[in-house]
Design a protein. Structure first.
Length: 335
């Protein structure tokens, strides 16, 4: 078993998932503004350090995706953030793309940038303690989208990124996100997500990426947020599994879903149903941002010194998702 495969399995074993704490400064500022907390480097660090030092980091969180600012910060006890995460038994990771920009040739779509200088940045992040990385490609669904250009360009970028990451002895998270925004049906989401994932793996294989040493981070199969065609949570689970069974090579060790605008409860319930129906050999877990942090952030904003109370809420959410990653969650376990 390769070292990369070991890292991927360790991150997702026993129902553990990934805390996506890689919000850019601009995104984190929006989150803090929404709860009336001033966005300073100190406040951003304070909230994150509270999460990173909570007990669920040992029991539930196998990996944490960091942002460039955070991976270089020191905790209140003067140790580096990656050291704190490692001491808690979790793996430090890092977002390495530089964001989604307008795709030349298709101005209504996006291409993720950040390949220039990536090899050098990866070496620096590896020295700082990163064990895995993240790169997100985004796709919209409408009558004409995603276009073949968008599907091909983002798959190519994800594959080039993955090859460079593995060259630097880290595990790449491959995140092709078909956005929930729009009026599309779940059937359209299924078709487009299948196309996107298949193209990603075509490119990953072409770029000689070791599929046993990656983690796939896809969206679940959902109807658009403006769609009249709503489907049951059970159907979300069944369609998501069908899509992944037909699109993902069996070598891939694990799949960590993004929450993609679902509420905390929806993201947990859908993950639980996926695992109840899962007959594949894939580990099916979570890589959530807002769906792990939102309640804790709201609570913390009322009294930023209440560390214990904030951790209690975060620990509960992490525990619920870890139970869901094992198919053992039920609604009556919620507070």
């Amino acid at each position: 078993m390769s070292e990369l495969n070991n890292i991927a399995l360790k991150i997702l074993k026993d129902g553990k998932g990934i805390l996506a704490a890689d919000e850019s400064t601009a995104t984190m500022t929006k989150r803090l503004d929404s709860v009336n907390v001033v966005s300073t480097p100190e406040n951003r660090l304070l909230f994150r350090e509270i999460l990173f030092s909570s007990s669920s980091m040992t029991k539930c969180i196998g990996g944490v995706i960091l942002y460039d600012e955070t991976i270089k910060q020191e905790t209140s006890k003067k140790n580096k953030i990656p050291e704190l995460i490692s001491e808690m038994g979790s793996a430090p990771g890092i977002k390495v793309d530089t964001g989604a920009k307008i795709l030349a040739g298709s101005p209504d779509e996006k291409i993720t940038e950040g390949l220039d200088g990536l090899r050098e940045r990866l070496k620096e992040y590896y020295q700082l303690g990163a064990k895995f990385t993240k790169w997100r490609g985004v796709y919209t669904i409408s009558k004409n989208y995603p276009s073949k250009l968008s599907v091909q360009s983002n798959a190519h970028a994800l594959a080039r990124y993955s090859a460079l990451v593995q060259e630097c002895n880290m595990v790449p998270i491959v995140e092709p996100e078909v956005l929930m925004d729009g009026e599309h049906s779940a059937k359209e989401c299924y078709e487009k997500t299948s196309e996107v994932i298949k193209k990603c793996f075509e490119e990953l294989i072409l770029h000689k990426v070791d599929l046993k040493g990656i983690i796939l981070k896809p969206n679940m199969i959902l109807a658009g947020n403006k769609s009249k065609d709503k489907i049951s949570n059970d159907d979300v689970a069944k369609l998501t599994l069908k899509c992944l069974e037909n699109s993902v090579p069996s070598e891939v060790p694990g799949i960590a879903f993004l929450s993609g605008g679902q509420s905390e409860l929806e993201a947990t319930e859908n993950l639980n149903l996926i695992n109840k129906h899962n007959k594949t050999n894939f580990i099916m877990s979570y890589s959530y941002g807002r769906a792990l942090q939102q309640s804790a952030l709201k609570f913390w904003s009322k009294d930023t010194k209440n560390v214990e109370g904030t951790q209690k809420i975060f620990n509960h959410r992490a525990k619920m998702n870890t139970l869901a990653a094992q198919g053992n969650w039920s609604k009556n376990l919620e507070i």
